[in-house]
Design a protein around this ligand. Structure first.
Ligand SMILES: [Zn+2]
Length: 378
């Protein structure tokens, strides 16, 4: 299998703010860990430096006036009306290079997309991508340009059927919104319930509209869900939907703010559980565009996405992080030298309770959504 990793050190040049939880530096931390395992010099794998996205591609998803405001904010200085576009406070600050950052990430995701679409590789991984909250005319949840939607639009315009699988702790609301009315994209999001976590959506009742009815599947999980609860939901729902829909390409958002160390969400996955999900997505044997996503404990992010990249290349790695890497980067939060970290598991009684909640959601999905998913109409 041929693979491609899309990366440039330029990602790490950008900074939302000193205190903002999304740190582009985590991408360099990941890349350096990948390098320390020699996973950047594999025989069947390309390392590709991304280009900036072109405006014509992002304008297929975003409005002209929104893109113009982002462009005007690239200097880091505020402009009138930015607040109307969700910009300039809290989650979505104005910082120097904001537009460049967003276009570089979108360009990297498009590069990942074209490599798979053109058959040059079977799988591509852009760890900078996965900014699933951005809306056509609004920044949201640390996301300014929705690189995923830009890629999906490119794929459907090329005649492809796309399945989107989002395993970030947060609901993939931006992608859902943009493709809510179409049956050309199957959208599956497994996330912490919107009752307790941003963006407050992603309930099972959101099933799509018009032609898109039955092509949006949300599996909200209760807080504290662990690997077993996540995989129970994943196994019951994802394969059934993918097998019915028969996509040409899968695009996966592999956010790791689901890990128990993450400071923003309340899920308890381990890197073992995350890695198992990556493996299951690969086992569909469908061309795959893999993207990053959330992840706010930056050492965990580096560990999880390095493990994911190893799995994508079918390489078994030593669980001990190379000493040379730790010498330089241990200060960023590596508690020990085990790349997998600890496995967390709820006590049986608690697990049973959570599984019962999830079962109810899955019942609704089987009754009301899955029968609508149809194979391609030719
Ligand atoms: Zn997230």
């Amino acid at each position: 299998m041929k693979t491609a990793f899309i990366y440039t050190d330029d990602f790490a040049k950008f900074k939302y703010s000193d205190t903002h939880p999304l740190k582009p530096f985590r991408l360099k931390l990941t890349y350096e860990l990948i390098k320390s395992y020699n996973l950047h010099v594999l025989k069947d794998s390309l390392f590709v430096i991304p280009k900036y996205a072109e405006e014509k591609d992002v304008l297929k998803v975003h409005t002209r006036d929104y893109i113009d405001v982002l462009k005007a904010l690239n200097s880091g200085v505020d402009v009138p009306y930015s607040i109307q576009f969700g910009l300039g406070y809290g989650d979505n600050p104005i910082f120097n290079g904001l537009f460049d950052w967003s276009m570089l990430v979108a360009g990297a995701t498009l590069e990942a997309t074209k490599l798979v679409l053109d058959g040059k590789v079977d799988l591509s991984f852009n760890i900078s991508g996965g900014l699933h909250h951005a809306l056509p005319n609004r920044a949201s949840g640390f996301c300014y340009i929705n690189d995923i939607a830009v890629a999906i639009k490119y794929l459907i315009d090329s005649g492809k059927r796309v399945a989107y699988i989002d395993i970030d702790a947060h609901h993939g609301d931006g992608v859902q919104h943009i493709f809510y009315n179409t049956d050309r994209v199957l959208k599956i999001s497994i996330h912490e319930t919107g009752y307790y976590l941003f963006p407050g959506t992603g309930f099972v009742e959101e099933m799509g509209e018009n032609d898109g009815y039955g092509y949006t599947i949300n599996v909200p999980l209760p807080p504290y869900s662990d690997d077993d609860v996540f995989h129970y939901a994943f196994d019951r729902v994802v394969a059934e939907c993918i097998n019915r829909f028969k996509p040409d390409i899968i695009i996966a958002q592999l956010g790791v703010d689901t890990l128990y160390d993450d400071p923003l969400a309340h899920l308890n996955y381990s890197i073992y559980g995350f890695a198992k999900a990556v493996k299951k997505i690969l086992d569909f044997k469908i061309p795959l565009i893999a993207l990053g996503g959330g992840g706010y404990d930056i050492a965990c992010v580096a560990r999880a996405w390095t493990v994911a990249w190893a799995i994508m290349n079918n390489v078994e790695i030593n669980s001990k992080i190379p000493q040379e890497y730790l010498k330089n980067y241990a200060k960023y939060g590596f508690e020990d030298d085990n790349i997998f970290g600890k496995q967390y598991s709820l006590v049986d009684e608690q697990k049973k309770k959570l599984l019962k909640v999830v079962d109810k959601e899955i019942e609704i999905i089987y009754e009301k959504i899955i029968p609508h998913i149809k194979d391609r109409k030719l």
